[in-house]
Write a protein that binds this ligand. Structure first.
Ligand SMILES: [Cu+2]
Length: 114
């Protein structure tokens, strides 16, 4: 393969990578999370960067909890023994802590965006 053809091939590969990135940005990443005995399960969840995130939270405790994250800018009260959907905007890579505001000291978790 001559040098100019190789360059064209590399350029096409970059274009298709960019297109794949755009497609990812449009579809949300769904994360299943449960809450029981004042603990998040799993305590750490992962999501890709630059993609909206939907957290499906099941509160398995009888009491209400409040899912909150200052860095993700979300806050939602979830009644006891019920489910909630929490929408999170696309995020840059990083570690974002969340907690149950009613049990902030013990009920903690993190979303790791890569
Ligand atoms: Cu709050």
């Amino acid at each position: 393969m001559s040098f100019p053809k190789l360059t064209l091939f590399a350029a096409l590969a970059l274009v298709s990578l960019a297109a794949a990135g755009t497609a990812n940005a449009q579809s949300a990443t769904e994360i299943q999370l449960s809450y029981k005995d004042k603990k998040f399960d799993p305590a750490e969840v992962n999501a890709p960067a630059n993609t909206p995130i939907v957290i499906k939270l099941k509160n398995l405790d009888a009491k209400a909890m409040e899912f909150e994250s200052k860095t993700l800018k979300v806050e939602k009260v979830v009644a006891g023994s019920s489910d909630a959907t929490i929408n999170v905007r696309a995020q840059k890579p990083g570690r974002y802590e969340f907690f149950d505001e009613y049990n902030e000291k013990v009920a903690r978790g993190a979303l790791v965006v890569k």
